[in-house]
Design a protein around this ligand. Structure first.
Ligand SMILES: *Cc1c(COP(=O)(O)O)cnc(C)c1O
Length: 216
C-alpha cells in the first residue's frame, strides 16, 4: 500500500479553484481507494469495466465513478446504472448505445468526447471534423449529455509538443460555449494541462504509486 496522503493534500491545494481531481485507481486495491476516500476524495477513475463493477459494489455509495478507459458498446450496460461521467466517448455509435442503455433505466448520463490530440496512432479519439458531426448528431439523443472534451497528450518529454496538443484541445473545447468540462492532464503533464485551461485532471501514479502493469 503506497498511498501518499501528503502528496494528495498538496495536490488539492495546487489544484484549488482550477481543476477537479480524478484519482485514477485502476489496478489498485480497494484499501488504497478507501485510504484516499477517508482523506476526503470522492471522484475516482477506472479503465476496465469488470474492475469498476466489482469496486462499485464493494465501496461506499457516495463515490463518483468516472470511466476513463476505452469503452466497448457491449459493456455499456454494466456501468450505466451508476457511472458518474464517461470520459472516452470516441464514436457516435458508442454515444448512441450509452443513450439507449440510459433511457432503459431513466437516466441521463454525462459524457465527454475524446479527441485524438497525440501524435501516437495507438491512441483513440475523434478529429476536429468528426467532433462537429458527433456534436450535431448528438442533438437527437435525450439520455446522454455531452458536457465537454477529454484528451491525452503524447507520452513524451517534449514539453512544447505536449503543450501544443493541449492548446489544440482547448481551442476545440472553446468552440462549444455549453461545455463545462475539459478533462486533460495526468501525473506527468497536469501542470501544463492546467496552464492550457484544463478543469479536470486524471491522476493515478502520483497518488497511488506506479502500477504493475502498463496503462492501456
Ligand atoms: C491510467 C490513466 C490515467 C492516469 O495516469 P497516471 O500517469 O498514472 O497519472 C489518466 N487518464 C487515462 C485515460 C488513463 O488511462
Amino acid at each position: 500500500m503506497a498511498i501518499n496522503i501528503e502528496k494528495y493534500t498538496s495536490l488539492l491545494t495546487e489544484l484549488k479553484n482550477k481543476a477537479t481531481l480524478i484519482a485514477v485507481s485502476k489496478t489498485k486495491p480497494n484499501e488504497d481507494i478507501l485510504a484516499l476516500y477517508h482523506a476526503g476524495q470522492r471522484d475516482f477513475g477506472e479503465n476496465y469495466v469488470q474492475e469498476l463493477v466489482d469496486k462499485e459494489a464493494a465501496l461506499p455509495k457516495d463515490i463518483r465513478w468516472h470511466f476513463i478507459g476505452h469503452l466497448q458498446s457491449n459493456k455499456v450496460k454494466a456501468i450505466a446504472p451508476f457511472v458518474h461521467l464517461i470520459h472516452g466517448v470516441d464514436s457516435f455509435n458508442l454515444l448512441k448505445e450509452i443513450d439507449k442503455q440510459a433511457a432503459k433505466i431513466n437516466r441521463v448520463i454525462d459524457c465527454l468526447l475524446q479527441i485524438h490530440i497525440a501524435k501516437e496512432e495507438t491512441k483513440f479519439g475523434l478529429d476536429a471534423d468528426e467532433l462537429v458531426h458527433v456534436m450535431n448528431d448528438s442533438l437527437a439523443l435525450k439520455n446522454v449529455h455531452v458536457v465537454g472534451l477529454m484528451g491525452m497528450a503524447s507520452f513524451s518529454d517534449d514539453k512544447n509538443l505536449v503543450r501544443k496538443e493541449f492548446t489544440m484541445l482547448q481551442a476545440l473545447y472553446k468552440q462549444y460555449p455549453q461545455f463545462k468540462t475539459l478533462s486533460m492532464g495526468m501525473s506527468g503533464d497536469y501542470v501544463i494541462a492546467i496552464d492550457e485551461g484544463s478543469n479536470m485532471v486524471r491522476i493515478g501514479s502520483l497518488l497511488f504509486g506506479e502500477r504493475n502493469y502498463p496503462k492501456p
